[in-house]
Design a protein around this ligand. Sequence first.
Ligand code: NOJ
Length: 498
Amino acid sequence: MKILWFLTCLFTLSLAQNDPINTRRFPKNLRIGVANAAPQIEGAWNVDGKGETIWDHFAHTYPERIADRSTPDIACRSYEKYKEDVAMVKAMGLYHYRLSIAWSRILPTGYVDNVNQLGVQYYKNLFKELRDNGIVPMVTLYHWDLPQPLQDQMGGWINETIVDIFADYAKLCFELFGDDVKWWITINEPKQVCQSGYGSLYFPPAIEASGTLAYVCSKNVLLAHAKAYHIYDELFREKNQGQIAMVIDATWYEPGSDDPLDIAAAERAQQFDIGIYGNPLFNGDWPQIVKDRVAERSKLEGLSESRLPTLTAFEIDYIKGTSDYLGLNHYSTQLINHTAEFPIGKPSFENDKNVIYWHRDDWTQGSADWFWDVPWGLRKFLVWLKNNYNNPEIVITENGFSDTSGTLEDDNRITYLEGHVSACLDAIYYDNVNLTGYTVWSILDDWEWGGGYTSFLGMYKVDFNDPERPRIKRKSADYFTDVVKRRCLVEESQCVDQ
Ligand code: NOJ
């Protein structure tokens, strides 16, 4: 009994531990930047020929599904104020600016036969502004804003025709912007595109089919990404010398105890959340545990085929190796426990995954019930990616703290950034993770999808009540500017050079 008590205390202590802040100077190849996305900051939703997106449509049609009934119609007005945004990035001394192209701003119908020159010009102007200021663009082609006609006409990501339509759009972007952009992201957070879009009512197209259509979406997203990658590889790489990748999002799942069942449950959760995309991209095919579990439950549901679509040998080969680096969006850690098999009933992704989530009460919470400030989770995650995907180059494409207060004295955000950058340095220096980029989400507050304007992640506040949308510096902006300048988390006198 005493031994059990001792082990429990030891385990609890190890979960609570706060690692000391890493004092090493950042390695020279670690690029530091900030991220945002067109639908969340640009506004001008129907200006200069831009077409409607699924998020415009959703916010206008179902205001009750957005926390404050807001829309992205105006957002931060970055369509007009982009020069101001670039000046802020420059003032912070950052290397890169991650932004997204709004598909429907350059192709209002989604198809390449109808190019909106004013939309093209907007991004050309933005890239020129970045170039003139010595800031490197990192560009996402798809940050959730599908042109609405593609949803209406063919069902969006669950129709395999999307693979060719997306690839045509990607090719056009490589042609138009390839001289300026060397750092491409095809699709942002496929898990949200598929599992939220085809698994909940709070993310368009808001179809509840997480155990069925969402898996079809996953397959199409992977094929669309791979096709864009091959086009870049064959037609543009030699001339443009860029890199192209998919960005995967995931929470780190820490076993809730050292019981082998909890350890297996945490690994299973990891494979369902990240492995569905990471395994096909880096190892080939869906993770075995995902194939086995979905097939088993499909059988118990009386289905003759697994709900998880098969990847053919050709498709496996076509997708494998199509990410020049691993783009990672990471915000939080959760604890995972094993649980008895969920009853057979309506097919669902969570039932296929079959785990229990929890967290420690002493973790600082962000704006959601899954958002906790746990820096050591990021370090463990980076090591997991290194081990599972054959030591890829990793770029953190999003990381940051979300709160609901919007305070200018954002000490929680400073603590979060300090802890997470420190965890990156630990992973680089002690675990030999090949991490070459770290990107804060975000420089500005933005329209947070279903959260509307009720949760804030910016190092600059945006006053959404003022028609001018002024940007107001938070304490974290000064903190991070200093860190970027020193390339060290601690005072110059304590900083250790390599
Ligand atoms: C991930 C998404 O890519 C981004 O659009 C969102 O704003 C952040 N998470 C923060 O919630």
